[in-house]
Design a protein around this ligand. Structure first.
Ligand SMILES: C[S@@+](CC[C@H](N)C(=O)[O-])C[C@H]1O[C@@H](n2cnc3c(N)ncnc32)[C@H](O)[C@@H]1O
Length: 278
């Protein structure tokens, strides 16, 4: 499946009407898109450039673009809540998901984060996505397959409890571990056993009690660096002359991110230096 260039049969195309309503179609030879604004023949879209406008049989204009990954994530069917794109972006950069990395993820949920990880590590890397619920794993597998056009060879979606995973299951230690689940503090020892020294561990939790439990658990294990925690707030702006201002509505809270790195075996974590009170 192409991600850029002129449209071809098999591409997922997003049509946007004058009221900014989106419709997604997969281009098929001889196919037709029907709406109350008329009909568009798929054959007329084949070969057009992205960003073109096409007229329906009733004279309505539709803007044509490929579906971006963010469009797919926000519109795909889901069994579990997805990691929002603003947070996936943080994970990719702060979690240092590099090309060729071996990444362990749990739970796979709806597969939203899996897609970002898979694109970042590329075919030279590998993503292992564990999911304890079969129904959720099916969502993840279907969503990933639909986005990539097939299941990437460098992805291993697996039904199972993270707590049971061993290095043998993964063919050795992994470079990065990313957790998005209800009780990640239950699995810190597993993360310690699976992560290579220097590897980055990030987890995503929605509430303050979860945040505190993970931070305390990481400190207690004494095999990770002092963890840091943050949240990302993204506020859109309306930019229209004198009406320029932040939008009234925003997703004010999604979740907290926690970040730490695995120390080498036998190393005692240096105590964080805190400024003395005056
Ligand atoms: C919020 S969802 C993950 C969403 C996913 N990150 C995404 O972006 O689509 C949390 C998932 O963790 C799974 N889960 C919870 N505990 C688990 C465990 N011990 N091992 C594997 N998966 C687990 C749940 O079944 C659920 O599907």
């Amino acid at each position: 499946m192409a991600y850029s260039g002129p449209f071809h049969y098999g591409d997922r195309v997003q049509l946007t009407d004058a009221k900014r309503r989106h419709y997604t179609i997969v281009l098929e030879e001889g196919g037709q898109f029907h709406s109350h604004k008329g009909i568009i023949n798929h054959d007329d879209i084949e070969g057009m450039d992205e960003g073109s406008v096409i007229k329906s049989t009733m004279g309505s204009d539709f803007l044509l673009f490929r579906h971006l990954m963010v469009d797919h994530v926000l519109s795909m069917p889901r069994g579990a809540a997805v990691i929002y794109p603003k947070d996936s972006a943080q994970i990719l950069v702060e979690g240092d998901i590099f090309m060729g990395a071996r990444v362990l993820e749990a739970g796979a949920g709806s597969g939203a984060l899996s897609m970002s990880l898979l694109r970042a590590v590329g075919p030279e890397g590998h993503v292992f996505s564990y999911e304890i619920r079969e129904d959720h794993l099916v969502y993840a597998e279907d969503n990933v397959k639909e986005y990539f056009g097939k299941t990437p060879e460098w992805w291993s979606p697996r039904l199972g409890d993270l707590g049971d995973v061993t290095q043998e299951d993964l063919g050795g230690p992994v470079d990065r571990v990313i957790l998005d689940m209800l009780e990640p503090w239950e699995h810190l020892e597993t993360v310690r056993d699976l992560l290579i020294p220097g590897g980055v561990f990030m987890t995503y939790v929605a509430t303050v009690p979860q945040l505190m439990k993970v931070m305390e658990g990481i400190r207690e294990l004494k095999c990770f660096t002092e963890p840091k925690a943050w949240e990302s707030l993204v506020r859109e702006w309306k930019v229209e002359g004198l009406a320029t201002r932040p939008e009234h509505r925003m997703n004010a809270h999604t979740a907290f991110l926690i970040w730490t790195r695995r120390l080498a075996d036998g190393v005692t974590p240096p105590r964080p230096q805190r400024r003395a009170r005056k």
